[in-house]
Design a binder for this molecule. Structure first.
Ligand code: HEC
Ligand code: HEC
Length: 221
C-alpha cells in the first residue's frame, strides 16, 4: 500500500485526524508552542512555484475567490487537500473544484505535510466587512443562530472570534466573504460534501442569510 493510499484510508476512518497527525507529525499549533522550528521558516519550493500564485507567498491571497490559508489549522488544510482528490476508480471528489483537484493530485504526502505546516504558521492579514447592515444580521446569526430554522450559532463550533477550534473546526474570522459565501452554497448544493454538519446547516440557510453571515465573517476578529 502506498503511503498516500494509507493516508487516504486513515482519513476515511473515524480515527482519521488523530492517525494523520501521528503519521504526518505534530499539528502546527502544538509544534509552534513546543518547538517553533517545526514549520519551515522559508516557503517550500512548491509554494513559491505553484501555490503562491493564488494563495500568496505567506498564505494571504489578494483575490477574494482564493481563500486565505495563513493561520488556518494544519489538520484542516490537510483534510481539504485530501478532499479535493478524485477518488480511486474515478468517483467524484468529496470537495469538487477542478482547479484544486489538479494541484491536490500532484502533491506527495511529504509535500502536503510541508505546505500545510508552512501556511498554518503564517500570520493572517484579515479581510474586512463591506456592508454594515448585512454585518449586523450576520452577527446575530453567528452568535445566536436562527432558532426558528434550527440553524445553530456558528460560534459554538468556530469560536466567538472565529479563530476556530483546532483540530476539528476551521478558522473563519477574516476570511474573504465571497469565498465563505461560495463554500456555504457548495455545502448546500452538495458539491462540497466533506462535512455532514456543515451540509445540514447550509441546507437551511437562504441566500440572504448566507450573504449576511459571509460579510460578518470577513470582518470578524
Ligand atoms: C490557480 C489558483 C490556485 C492555485 C495555483 C492553488 N490554489 Fe488552492 N484554492 C484555489 C481556489 C479557487 C480554492 C477554493 C476552491 C473551492 O471552490 O472550494 C482553493 C482552495 C484551497 C484550499 C482549501 C482552503 C479552505 O479554507 O478550505 C487549500 C488547502 C488549498 N487551496 C491549497 C493549495 C495548495 C497547497 C496549492 C499549491 C500546491 C494551491 N492551493 C494552489 C485556487 C488555487
Ligand atoms: C456543529 C459544529 C459546526 C457549527 C455549529 C458550524 N460549523 Fe461551519 N464547519 C464545521 C466543520 C467541522 C467544518 C470543517 C469541515 C471540513 O473539515 O471540511 C466547518 C467548515 C465551515 C466552512 C468552510 C471554511 C473554509 O475555509 O472553507 C464555513 C464557511 C463554515 N463552516 C461556516 C459556518 C457558518 C456560517 C456557521 C453558522 C451558521 C457554521 N459554520 C456553524 C462545523 C460547524
Amino acid at each position: 500500500m502506498s503511503r498516500l493510499k494509507l493516508i487516504e484510508g486513515l482519513f476515511r476512518d473515524a480515527v482519521g485526524v488523530a492517525a494523520l497527525t501521528l503519521l504526518l507529525g505534530a499539528p502546527a499549533h502544538a509544534a509552534a508552542a513546543a518547538e517553533p522550528a517545526a514549520a519551515p521558516k522559508s516557503p517550500p519550493a512548491i509554494v513559491t512555484q505553484v501555490c503562491a500564485g493564488c494563495h500568496g507567498l505567506d498564505g494571504n491571497s489578494t483575490a477574494p475567490a482564493n481563500p486565505k490559508l495563513a493561520g488556518q489549522s494544519q489538520q484542516y488544510l490537510l483534510r481539504q487537500l485530501l478532499s479535493f482528490r478524485v477518488k480511486d476508480g474515478g468517483g467524484a471528489a468529496d470537495r469538487q473544484s477542478q482547479l484544486m483537484a489538479g494541484f491536490a493530485m500532484m502533491l506527495t504526502p511529504e509535500m502536503m505535510s510541508e505546505v500545510t505546516a508552512y501556511y498554518a504558521s503564517q500570520k493572517l492579514q484579515p479581510a474586512a466587512a463591506k456592508n454594515k447592515d448585512l454585518a449586523i444580521l450576520g452577527q446575530k446569526i453567528y452568535r445566536a443562530g436562527i432558532a426558528a430554522k434550527n440553524i445553530p450559532a456558528c460560534s459554538g463550533c468556530h469560536g466567538p472570534s472565529g479563530a476556530g477550534i483546532p483540530v476539528q473546526y476551521p478558522r473563519l474570522g477574516g476570511q474573504f466573504g465571497e469565498y465563505v459565501a461560495a463554500q456555504l452554497v457548495a455545502f448546500r448544493q452538495g458539491t462540497r460534501n466533506n462535512s455532514a454538519q456543515m451540509s445540514a446547516i447550509a441546507a437551511r440557510m437562504s441566500d440572504a442569510e448566507i450573504s449576511a453571515i459571509a460579510d460578518y465573517i470577513a470582518g470578524l476578529r
